[in-house]
Design a protein around this ligand. Structure first.
Ligand SMILES: N[C@@H](CCC(=O)N[C@@H](CS)C(=O)NCC(=O)O)C(=O)O
Length: 230
């Protein structure tokens, strides 16, 4: 049966949710049949059946799961004979750490560099909701947040240096092959690529090479998604 993935979309079919990217990559990794259902920020009615207001949400037959981490755990448990997302209990524990680090360190640094670019790539129906909700969150408007100050660029660079060190001697964060930990981190870059032409990485950076390997996965699915060629 085809799994439905409710996924955030912007203008021109730009899929810019880092969390939805985690789920999309997980579904590909498992080799499961899925279709995406685009949802704007303000399409809350579309996902009301999930009992909450955020994407990703998946519907797998009668089962509905929201939250990218819960979805990854569900897929791993429900489809044990398909390629493993975590590679066992130890990998599961380490991926959980990466999930928290990405949310609390990488995303926090990245959002400051691209938040106004998100605003510029939204479906017009989402514009006011986004500006109001994010201004309330940051106590500043998106255009005031996205100054790309030296400090903000440095903070992002510090997060990237962690990834660079982790990639030393291995092609993927998970080792010789990509697994869910890679998809967690890749979600941040897929998000940025969908809405921003700001070059986050230098082309000679090993993190750039890793990102490129990730974009080429699954027959180039991530690369074919609407985004900037950076
Ligand atoms: N912890 C959740 C976070 C999901 C989340 O925050 N999704 C954002 C899109 S990137 C959302 O739906 N936001 C709704 C809103 O801001 O109204 C997960 O891992 O799935």
């Amino acid at each position: 049966m085809t799994i439905q993935l409710f996924e955030l979309t912007g203008r021109d079919d730009r899929r810019f949710s880092p969390y939805c990217w985690r789920t999309r990559m997980a579904l590909e990794h498992k080799g499961l049949s899925y279709e995406t259902v685009p949802a704007r920020f303000t399409d809350k009615d579309l996902i009301a059946f999930s009992g909450q207001e955020r994407v990703p949400v998946i519907r797998d037959g009668d089962t509905v799961v929201s939250d990218s981490w819960a979805i990854a755990e569900y897929l791993e448990t429900q489809y044990p004979h398909f390629p493993s997302l975590f590679g066992g209990a130890t990998g599961h524990g380490l991926a959980k750490f990466l999930n928290v680090w990405t949310d609390r360190a990488l995303h926090v640094a990245l959002i400051k560099l691209v938040i106004a670019d998100i605003q510029d790539h939204l479906d017009p129906a989402d514009h006011d909701y986004f500006v109001e909700s994010r201004t309330a969150r940051f106590k500043k408007s998106p255009t005031e947040v996205q100054t790309r100050s030296e400090d903000d660029i440095k903070a992002f660079g510090a997060a990237i240096s962690t990834l660079r060190a982790a990639l030393y001697g291995q092609d993927y964060l998970s080792g010789d092959a990509a697994a869910y930990g890679d998809y967690i981190v890749f979600g941040a870059f897929a998000w940025a690529r969908a809405i921003s032409d700001y070059p986050l990485l230098k082309t000679d950076d090993p993190v750039y090479a890793w990102r490129r390997r990730m974009l080429d996965m699954f027959g180039g699915m991530p690369l074919k998604a609407v985004g900037y060629d950076i």
